[in-house]
Ligand binder design. Structure first.
Ligand code: ATP
Length: 353
């Protein structure tokens, strides 16, 4: 177990800056998800931490020691990748034992450690099988056992679940989290799946074009996005643009929207605000007068029914606003119906543009 810090790390490929002055502290024993669009530098960052690649500048500190020039085999790092190939001709036990054998660990010790790792991933009885006799989820557990058997200081996971189907993936998310807690290992997890990042991690960092644009707990990032990019990348958000006022923002048509009181310096000039679709309530236009909080009149253009919820698309002043409504037996609004949208200033995050 160890704290991992990357400090001012930059890495370019030719003229392209894959990592641009990235600094992140990955807490000891924590589960940290790196999120970002394709090409934002997530894998490049993992490769620097693992030692497969070296930064042009900056430091990688593991357990207080600078390791940026230490080769991969000298770092105690466990890794699981999406396409982490197991040795097909070896049994599960031998696959898991491999990392210990090459490190010269004694046979007796290997047997105990492999059993411990297989028990942890709940494959205790399948040690004699070959990889082709396992399901996709079981193979991924073997890969995980193989990574943790060497008792690494850090576990790096690069989209380890993305090859699994949805149901198995959800099971494995729970399993992975259980194992991570049990071993208490500092884990850095790359995923494209924002729901996975929100449900599994203690902290999330969002990368964009090689830069860290925001980090925090899942709640902090979801509830307090600092940019339109962060607001729309993690979760769905309606972005309303206008001019800053004393209490929030004035939209192009003059409507005043009150926002959450910001502890930040007061903003001036052009700003935006973000409102999550589930924070908005739709009411019939006739109910407008009885509402408090923010209010916008609009017209329903579409409703998409998804069983437990419906998404409404509402047009107002040339913009489409999404509203997520839990279906609880209420009469749905019709397409073309005039409605009013209401939500609280607390649910309105002011963003500098
Ligand atoms: P994805 O989600 O698609 O896996 P990513 O966020 O992991 O993307 P990286 O693989 O880190 O992105 O790549 C970041 C940028 O660096 C990309 O533009 C990529 O093309 C470039 N890049 C990565 N490795 C190399 C390399 N060895 N040579 C040249 N360019 C590279």
């Amino acid at each position: 177990m160890a704290e991992v810090r990357v400090e001012n790390v930059s890495r370019s490929f030719g003229a392209h800056k894959a990592l641009d002055d990235v600094s992140i502290a990955f807490p000891d024993g924590g589960f940290y998800a790196l999120l970002g669009p394709s090409g934002s530098g997530k894998t490049t960052l993992l490769r620097q931490i693992a030692g497969f690649d070296f930064p042009d500048s900056g430091r990688i500190v593991i357990d207080g020691k600078g390791v940026e020039r230490v080769p991969v085999e000298k770092r105690r790092i466990g890794m699981v990748f999406q396409n982490y190939a197991l040795f097909p001709n070896m049994s599960v036990t031998d696959n898991v034992a491999f990392g210990l054998s090459v490190r010269g660990v004694s046979r007796a010790e290997i047997a105990g450690e492999v059993q411990r790792a297989l028990d942890l991933v709940q494959l205790g009885g399948l040690g004699e099988r070959r990889p082709h006799q396992l399901s996709g989820g079981q193979r991924q557990r073997v890969a995980l056992a193989r990574a943790i058997v060497i008792r690494p200081q850090v576990l790096l996971l690069d989209e380890p679940l993305s090859a699994l189907d949805k149901a198995l993936r959800v099971d494995m998310q729970v399993e992975l989290k259980r194992i991570q807690r049990e071993v208490g290992i500092t884990t850095i997890f790359v995923t494209h799946d924002q729901e996975e990042a929100l449900t599994m991690s203690d902290r999330i960092g969002i990368l964009r074009e090689g830069r860290l644009v925001q980090e925090g707990s899942p709640e902090e990032i979801y509830d307090h996005p600092v940019s339109e990019f962060a607001a729309t990348f993690l979760g769905d958000a309606n972005i309303l643009r206008g001019e800053a006022t004393e209490t929030g923002i004035r939209l192009g048509d003059g409507t005043e929207i009150a926002t959450r009181l910001n502890s930040m310096v007061r903003m001036t000039g052009k700003v935006s605000c973000a409102v999550r679709p589930e924070r908005i309530t739709i009411l019939p236009a006739s109910a407008a007068a009885s509402t408090t909080g923010n209010r916008l009149a609009g017209r329903v253009s579409k409703r998409i029914f998804a069983g437990d919820s419906s998404t409404y698309f509402v047009e107002r002043d040339g913009q489409t606003i999404k509203v997520l409504v839990q279906n609880a037996g209420q009469i749905p609004f019709d397409e073309g119906q005039d409605i009013v949208l209401t939500w609280s200033p607390e649910s309105t995050v002011l963003i500098r543009t």
